[in-house]
Design a protein around this ligand. Structure first.
Ligand SMILES: Nc1ncnc2c1ncn2[C@@H]1O[C@H](COP(=O)(O)OP(=O)(O)O)[C@@H](O)[C@H]1O
Ligand SMILES: [Mg+2]
Length: 300
């Protein structure tokens, strides 16, 4: 283990203040909305079948904000795509409210890193899209779309086209569009990954505000550890090759969250722990370095 925490005299990430413990205990009493059981994903490759995810199991509770982190290629996007049924399940099961998922559905909204708005539709029409498909009248769809645009602070921009908006605003429209279908779960795959640091910070604050306002469970993939700690109740850490659950970490930071907490001892100690889980110290990954060195020698 790193000795940095000791030098800084930080508490263990497992120490929870009474308010944090009470909140997490209450959360774990809530019904399970998503149950992932022994999930396996294999892809065929030239060298044979490759197992990407191996027996991944975890539960997400109602109103929880869970982030998933892990080294690049460990299967984070694959897990979330399987939840949305955009990818077949090799083995295991994903239950939403107790029923196995078998096809994409309005109960699972998705927001991706890339902007996925329809460029030929106005902001308003983008948000109305799913509402009209679900059979709502134009009048009702418009009224509801406006409410969602209001929640993400974009009502004044309803008549603009996506290209006329900044990246952050486009992602807010994407969030409004996903939420308009009243999903049980919002699945977000690095939604702020393409934004600059300042916009990203604003989006994090927006997302927390929205999450506090409405009854929604969020699963959020990120590779930004600050973002994971700042937003989440719990963080699922995956390891790679094959993707397995390394640890499900409870975040010991009080609510409501605010940027002031970034430098608090409990925030720092959790971030250091997550960093250790994802990038084991040089000693542990020595083998990997050997390979790199040999490869480099080979090239030279
Ligand atoms: N359709 C596919 N066919 C073959 N391999 C895939 C496919 N989709 C993803 N993979 C592989 O699965 C692994 C996990 O991918 P992904 O879920 O995108 O990882 P992450 O999101 O954690 O970076 C990667 O090694 C990727 O190359
Ligand atoms: Mg990914």
């Amino acid at each position: 283990m790193m000795d940095v925490p000791n030098k800084l005299n930080l508490p263990s990430y497992k120490e929870q203040a009474p308010d944090v413990k009470a909140r997490l205990d209450e959360l774990k009493q809530q019904p399970v909305v998503i149950e992932v059981e022994k999930l396996v994903k294999e892809f065929p490759t030239e060298e044979g079948v490759r197992r990407i995810l191996d027996q991944v199991s975890f539960n997400v509770h109602k109103r929880e904000f869970m982030s998933i982190i892990g080294p690049s290629g460990c299967g984070k996007s694959t897990v979330i795509r399987m939840m949305a049924c955009l990818e077949d399940i090799t083995d295991g099961v994903i239950l939403v409210d107790g029923s196995p998922v078998s096809e994409p559905g309005a109960d699972r909204g998705m927001v991706f890193q890339k902007y996925t708005l329809f460029p030929w539709l106005t902001v308003m029409k983008n948000v109305m899209f799913g509402l009209e498909i679900s059979g709502k009248s134009k009048f009702d769809a418009e009224r509801e779309a406006l409410q969602w645009l209001d929640i993400v602070g974009l009502e004044p921009y309803a008549d603009l086209y996506p290209a006329q908006l900044s990246g952050g605003m486009q992602q807010r429209v994407a969030i409004a569009r996903a939420l308009a279908n009243k999903p049980k779960v919002l699945l977000m795959d690095e939604p702020f990954g393409a934004l600059d640091a300042q916009t990203r910070a604003k989006m994090q604050a927006y997302l927390l505000q929205i999450w506090e306002k409405i009854d929604i469970t969020i699963i959020f993939i990120t590779h930004d550890l600050d973002e994971a700690v700042y937003l989440s109740d719990r963080v699922l850490v995956l390891e790679a090759n094959p993707g397995r659950v390394r640890e499900l970490v409870e975040i010991p930071v009080s609510h409501p969250r605010s940027p002031d907490q970034f430098l608090s001892p409990e925030f720092l100690t959790t971030k250091i722990h997550l960093e250790e889980l994802i990038h084991p110290s040089a000693e542990e990954s020595q083998d990997e370095f050997e390979v790199v060195k040999m490869a480099a020698t080979g090239v030279g």
